[in-house]
Ligand binder design. Structure first.
Ligand SMILES: NC(=O)c1ccc[n+]([C@@H]2O[C@H](COP(=O)([O-])OP(=O)(O)OC[C@H]3O[C@@H](n4cnc5c(N)ncnc54)[C@H](O)[C@@H]3O)[C@@H](O)[C@H]2O)c1
Length: 249
């Protein structure tokens, strides 16, 4: 028995954290649809879920394209009979690590950041919500970032976008709480990826209370709890999973 038995979850955005969350959802008994603009990136996690006896499908999904989002939600519902959870996890990071400030960020990069990280999350939510409500309620989870609430020297557009989805999260939690929809944001700190800059690693070692880089499974554990009935009284929250880099009242 898993904590997500009989639930159907759409994860948008594979990669380090998306794969780990999809795997954990599958391991807990959920049927998982994993979508990514690069469909081939979904293959590994989908295969692993299937090999473990679970149900999973990998699809092409462009979170910025309304027709693509709509089709993905429809495929999920047609295939598995409904939708209990949406996890919007995808991201665009166009600003370089040593990059630009408000004075010189190329507008094309700024606009794309908002298109993917903000408008994309709104589109996914808009199309998933009616099905979650029809199911009698469920969970919407956004992957935000610690960058949403920090003063940053660079990559400010990314931080702005991650703050904007926290506001969207509060709206969804407030407006649809009566429909038994819960909405939360996870704000990861520095989480291991195949390619990491030394500067990024140094941030974790300097600012964390727990002196290690996070693992995608650190995010997946809280994501699974939020999707499950064990999280049924948690909504409207930003949950920092960052080794104590952020401590709030
Ligand atoms: N890794 C970290 O240290 C860290 C820290 C804070 C927040 N985050 C957040 O966690 C989430 C996952 O990050 P990750 O580190 O696993 O990154 P990742 O690059 O491994 O995964 C992101 C995925 O999003 C997909 N994607 C991009 N544009 C898309 C679109 N338009 N439609 C659908 N898919 C699209 C990419 O193809 C990629 O597979 C992101 O939202 C990121 O901002 C990560």
């Amino acid at each position: 028995m898993g904590k997500l038995d009989s639930k159907v979850i759409l994860v948008v955005g594979a990669g380090a954290i998306g794969d780990a969350c999809a795997l954990r959802y599958g391991a807990e008994g959920a049927s998982v649809v994993l979508g990514d603009i690069r469909a081939e990136l979904t293959a590994q996690a989908v295969q692993a879920i299937q090999d473990a006896g679970g149900q999973a499908v990998g699809i092409h999904l462009d979170g910025t394209d309304e027709a693509s989002v709509e089709a993905a939600v429809k495929l999920t519902v047609d295939r598995f009979g409904g939708l209990d959870g949406l996890h919007a996890n995808f991201t665009y990071v166009g600003e370089g690590i040593g990059g630009s400030s408000v004075l010189d960020v190329p507008l094309a990069i700024f606009d794309r950041t908002m298109e993917v990280n903000v408008r994309g999350f709104m589109l996914c939510t808009r199309h998933a919500l009616p099905h979650i409500i029809a199911r009698g309620g469920g969970a919407v989870t956004f992957t935000s970032s610690g960058a949403a609430t920090k003063g940053v020297m660079t990559r400010f557009a990314y931080g702005m976008s991650k703050a904007a989805i926290q506001s969207l999260m509060r709206h969804v939690a407030t407006r649809f709480g009566d429909d038994a929809v819960r909405c939360n944001a996870i704000a990861p700190g520095v989480i291991a990826k195949p390619v990491m800059h030394d500067e990024t690693k140094a941030i974790a070692m300097n600012f964390n209370a727990i002196k290690r880089i996070g693992h995608p499974i650190d995010i997946a554990s809280i994501a699974a709890l939020l999707m499950s009935d064990e999280g049924s009284y948690i909504t409207g929250q930003v949950i920092n999973v960052d080794g104590g880099a952020t401590m709030r009242p």
